[in-house]
Write a protein that binds this ligand. Structure first.
Ligand SMILES: NC(=O)C1=CN([C@@H]2O[C@H](COP(=O)(O)OP(=O)(O)OC[C@H]3O[C@@H](n4cnc5c(N)ncnc54)[C@H](O)[C@@H]3O)[C@@H](O)[C@H]2O)C=CC1
Ligand SMILES: O=C(O)[C@@H]1CCC=N1
Length: 275
């Protein structure tokens, strides 16, 4: 497939992760455009990533084949309505990464004929280890599906969900998920220091342990339960820790947190969208 130009409207955390990942995976910065309301953000992208940048969202739509909507859900309506006439004129493929903004809302704002892929990536895209789930509306053809998938696959794994509602669960699991692991790392690091390790040692041990656990989970055919049992010697230290977690409601707490994130995604679609 011929290399396509990609434009990001909104150049914040997630767009930075995606642009950096695309460039690291061999995409030419010259084929990437970004717009943002903050000129300083755009200058940083010019300086650090060497991409094309403009404060004018319409300029981005004009220049590119694929428009990625990467602004906060709260201002997506305003941006979508602004670019809608040009998107229609150019017959652009639009990819939205916004949490909690449905295909229904996007189609209402952008126009019912627009080819729209709604997806949920995550910030590890920055280091080419992202996880993205995508959903296409009925206007997206096979070539456009490949195009959207190729962009996200350049920065990690990507998979399609059949039902759009699944994206609420995806948001709770992998969209927000990196933050849960960072929270665990924060807590482990803090206690490691309280137990007498210096900051450098505490951080390094936690980071390497997280990496090792993720790597073994990915590479092994065994389930997380089996892998956990391999670390847990009967009557040993891990058993004490795991019992402490479980007696204090760890699994229930994780479940509650993910359900709250999933429900917030649904609530956002009602509050901010046209659902
Ligand atoms: N941060 C994350 O881990 C993830 C975020 N998302 C989604 O990505 C989207 C962006 O999130 P972040 O990058 O975290 O937010 P962010 O706040 O870092 O970036 C948004 C950017 O949009 C710019 N902006 C504001 N008004 C604008 C306008 N009218 N035109 C153009 N740019 C404008 C802001 O200056 C800012 O740089 C959200 O919809 C979020 O739901 C999705 C997956 C993960
Ligand atoms: O917190 C949020 O709403 C966004 C979506 C997933 C990760 N960050």
């Amino acid at each position: 497939m011929k290399t396509r130009t990609i434009g990001f409207i909104g150049g914040g955390n997630m767009a930075t992760s995606l642009m950096s990942g695309l460039i690291a995976s061999g995409h030419s910065p010259q084929q990437i455009w970004v717009s943002d309301a903050a000129p300083a953000t755009l200058q940083a992208h010019r300086d650090n990533l060497n991409v094309n940048a403009s404060t004018d969202n319409l300029k981005i739509v004009q220049e590119v084949d694929v428009v990625v909507l990467a602004v906060k859900p709260q201002i997506l309506r305003e941006v979508a309505l602004q670019i809608a006439p040009l998107v229609k004129q150019k017959d652009s493929l639009v990819v939205s990464i916004a949490a909690g903004i449905s295909q229904t809302s996007l189609a209402l704002w952008l126009g019912g004929d627009t080819a729209i892929v709604r997806c949920m990536p995550n910030t590890p895209a920055l280091v080419l280890t992202g996880a993205t789930a995508l959903h296409a509306n009925a206007n997206v053809n096979e070539e456009q599906k490949d195009l959207a998938e190729n962009i996200l696959r350049a920065v990690g794994i990507s998979l399609w969900v059949e039902h759009e509602q699944e994206l609420d669960a995806v948001t709770a699991v992998s969209g927000s998920g990196p933050a849960y692991f960072f929270l665990m790392m924060e807590a482990m690091e803090k206690t490691a220091i309280e137990m007498g390790l210096n900051e450098h040692t505490a951080r390094l041990l936690v980071q390497q342990t997280a990496l090792g656990a993720a790597k073994i989970a990915l590479e092994s055919a065994e389930s997380p339960t089996q892998l956990r049992e391999r670390v847990t010697s009967p009557g040993g230290t891990t058993q004490k820790a795991i019992e402490t977690f479980q007696q204090n409601g760890f699994s229930e707490l994780v479940s509650k947190a993910l359900l709250a994130a999933r429900d917030r995604s649904i609530e956002m679609s009602k509050q901010l969208g046209a659902d």
